[in-house]
Design a protein around this ligand. Structure first.
Ligand SMILES: [Zn+2]
Length: 337
């Protein structure tokens, strides 16, 4: 498939249709009161939300759909001191976004702006909202204050109440093609060989690719997760349960879901690679450094076994978006591995 080059000035990789849509909304002044940016992690949802907000708040009318980066508003935005740009996340040490946090967010929205007429707030990750926090947010969405725009960001939209989703313009982010990410990495000074290796492991996520390029320790972690999977398959229940305990600790539900989703995405590629190994299709293999383990899995399992494994991993990943206890779901999967 030929990938379309972006004509936008926004410094993002991929998801051109999303960017075009948001740019057009700004130019035609057709802005919704609330947006829901959803899709897998590290696709640039937060980055795009911030550029969108900055473009709307920018004072330079010549730069209609992209921030000028020069005006007082843009400079305040860059210093993270723009009074009309608000951000709501889980507070340090807490597991959910409380009703009190939503109320103080709402209070800031209701305060008259001294600079312009639009206030913009980002909630990241919106699936972290507590039940009472979500109810308070729903009230805000039902009665928007003046010209306000709220952008909810999440990997797990189905955890949000339908009443909230139905009040948002839903923007779905997609995985980005390998060639687009590799091209970007090479522009950053990455060798062609390394760009291919990183892009294969980044699974369509430009943010992940950039992390791997800038911090080799993160790429090593990726390799470690592949090794964990091989070991989990060999070891008994005792090891599997202690792995879960160590890997998830006492993190919040959304953090646990994020971590499990990260593992599952990698594990799916391992099983897919084992299938490719069976078919002697080495060129498409992602986990190139694990050939001997891939061979073992591929020798021990039939094609239909491997396809079933992929299906159950996908089912586990989908279940994370369904308000279930993520730790129990992973335990259940590993018991039956
Ligand atoms: Zn500006």
């Amino acid at each position: 498939m030929i990938e379309r080059k972006s004509t936008s000035n926004w410094p993002v990789i991929g998801n051109e249709k999303v960017v075009e849509f948001l740019e057009r909304s700004i130019i035609s002044n057709k802005l919704a009161n609330a947006y829901l940016f959803c899709g897998p992690g590290q696709l640039g949802k937060r980055l795009i939300a911030e550029i969108f907000a900055k473009s709307i708040l920018c004072q330079d009318s010549k730069h209609k759909s992209a921030p000028c980066g020069q005006c007082a508003m843009c400079r305040q935005f860059e210093k993270k001191i723009h009074p009309d740009f608000l951000s709501l996340n889980v507070e340090r040490g807490k597991k959910t976004i409380s009703i009190e946090s939503v109320r103080s967010f709402q209070h800031e929205f209701n305060t008259t702006s001294l600079l312009g007429d639009t206030k913009i707030g980002i909630i990241d990750d919106a699936a972290d909202l507590s039940e009472s926090g979500a109810n308070a947010l729903l009230k805000m969405l039902e009665e928007p204050a003046g010209k306000s725009i709220i952008i909810l960001i999440t990997q797990f939209p189905n955890i949000l109440p339908n009443t909230i989703i139905s009040r948002c313009q839903v923007i779905r982010f997609k995985l980005v093609g390998r060639s687009r990410i590799a091209e970007f990495l090479e522009q950053q000074g990455c060798s062609q060989e390394e760009a291919l290796r990183i892009t294969a492991a980044a699974l369509g996520r430009p943010g992940r690719a950039l992390d791997y390029f800038n911090h080799s320790i993160l790429f090593d972690k990726h390799e470690e997760h592949a090794n964990d999977f091989f070991k989990l398959r060999r070891e008994g229940l005792c090891y599997r349960f202690s792995f879960i305990q160590k890997y998830l600790g006492t993190k919040s539900r959304i953090d646990q879901s994020n971590r499990i989703a990260e593992l599952i995405n990698l594990w799916i590629t391992v099983i897919r690679d084992a299938l490719l190994y069976k078919e002697n299709n080495r060129e498409q293999i992602i986990n190139l450094n694990h050939s001997s383990e891939l061979k073992k899995i591929s020798d021990a399992r039939t094609n239909s076994d491997l396809l079933k494994e992929i299906q159950s991993l996908i089912a586990l990943r989908d279940s994370l978006d369904n308000n279930i206890n993520p730790k129990l779901a992973l335990e259940n999967y590993l018991i039956n591995l």
